[in-house]
Ligand binder design. Structure first.
Ligand code: BV8
Ligand code: ZN
Length: 238
């Protein structure tokens, strides 16, 4: 595929590489994406449940959804695309991974230079005292409470209508504005602010590559669009 050779050539001389991933990189690990055919749970869409309003109205229903996802993700492993992204961290003198995924599979694959901009499904945050804790209980007892003040905890995840952490936004923008190459892997480019990251990198002079099964709103803007499964394509770029 001509595109892959061009990308490999660019990466060969790149000093700074940034990677942006979405649910598509975990699809090959068997984690359902959000907007694909498998993206529904009991006919609810993520946009219906991943909101502060839904949690305020029915915390039990929202925790049942997260418990279902935790039980599923607990049995899933990183795939060759996650492994290749983790290897890139050691290959380039400056590297940063921005992931929208909350499944923790990048960390499992060994990535350490990353921002989990939508949070992490294995962390809970107290609705009263704000304490953030790692919680790997599968299933998680519903309704889970804080080990410190015993009040209700929520998933430590950024829901729709909630702002991303200022630190994650700053780190992401710095990585987008300073990279020679931006690889966008497995995201539909529908959710903001991550959907605006490709233009940020492009206008800062980066060579932008999209790896996806389909075309996305980013496809017209990128320099090379590689169509296929991330698990097949990403390892070829190293
Ligand atoms: C914000 C946590 C400022 C949940 C997620 C009205 C009111 C309030 C806000 C808004 C509004 N209108 C718009 C907004 C902004 C909103 C937004 O963008 N909405 C969209 C739906 C229009 N964004 C926000 O609210 C963000 N915050 O803007 O703060 C603010 C504050 C107050 C008021 C206004 C603004 C917060 C966004 C974060 C939401 N949380 N996740 C959870 O996970 O439990 S988003 C959710 O979607 C996931 O995190 C996911 O990562 C993300 C993006 O989805 P993708 O990763 O792209 O996955 P998707 O299924 O869509 O696509 C998969 C892709 O992979 C496809 O392209 C497919 O082709 C490809 N693929 C599949 N298999 C493979 C593959 N590619 C390669 N290989 C394969 N094998
Ligand atoms: Zn507490």
């Amino acid at each position: 595929m001509a595109g892959i050779l061009e990308v490999k050539t660019r990466l060969a001389t790149a000093r700074s590489v940034t990677v942006l991933t979405g649910a598509g990189i975990s699809a090959d690990s068997g984690v359902p994406t959000f907007r694909g055919a498998d993206g529904l749970w009991r006919n609810f869409r993520a946009e219906d449940l991943a909101t502060p309003g839904a949690f305020a109205r029915d915390p039990r229903l929202v925790w049942e959804w997260y418990n279902w996802r935790r039980e599923l993700i607990a049995t899933r492993k990183p795939n060759p695309a996650h492994d290749a992204v983790a290897a890139m961290e050691r290959r380039f003198s400056r590297f940063w991974l921005i992931t929208q995924n909350v499944d923790g599979l990048h960390r499992d694959a060994g990535s350490t230079r990353l921002s989990e901009i939508h949070g992490n499904i294995w962390k809970v945050r107290c609705t009263a005292c704000g304490r953030i804790e790692d919680n790997r209980q599968v299933p998680i007892p519903i309704l889970p409470v804080c080990t410190l003040c015993h009040k209700l905890v929520r998933p430590h995840i950024v829901w729709f209508g909630e702002s991303l952490a200022a630190e994650d936004l700053a780190t992401s923008h710095a990585a987008l504005e300073s990279c020679d190459v931006l690889l966008i892997i497995g995201t539909s480019g529908m959710v903001y602010p991550a959907a605006s990251f490709a233009p940020v990198a492009k206008s800062a002079g980066a060579f932008v590559v999209e790896i996806n099964l389909d075309a996305t709103p980013n496809s017209d803007l990128v320099d090379v669009a590689l169509q296929g499964h991330a698990k097949d394509i990403v390892p070829l770029l190293l």
